[in-house]
Design a protein around this ligand. Structure first.
Ligand code: SF4
Length: 82
């Protein structure tokens, strides 16, 4: 899992206070999350930041090739229409 911050961010700084190692400055006009896979401890801090964001701008994202493959495998297991 990685982190994503969308354009709704109002630069309040709450996420940086909670998880300063996961969010940095507002150079893009929004809080900038670290670009890496999160470990379990970081996931907990990230969830706290997500819960504290006043505009729900933070989310988890998983968009790598491994997950895409898993998604395609799941679709193949769906029952076929008669
Ligand atoms: S808590 Fe939400 S609104 Fe505040 S800086 Fe972080 S992402 Fe932006």
């Amino acid at each position: 899992m990685k982190l994503h911050v969308n354009e709704n961010c109002i630069c309040c700084g709450a996420c940086m206070s909670i998880a300063p190692d996961l969010f940095s400055d507002f150079s893009d006009g929004t809080s900038v999350p670290v670009d890496k896979e999160l470990n379990n401890e970081e996931m907990k801090l990230a969830q706290e930041a997500i819960d504290s964001c006043p505009v729900s701008a933070i989310s988890f994202t998983e968009n790598n090739a491994e997950n895409l493959s898993t998604s395609l495998d799941t679709e193949e297991e769906l029952p076929k229409a008669a």
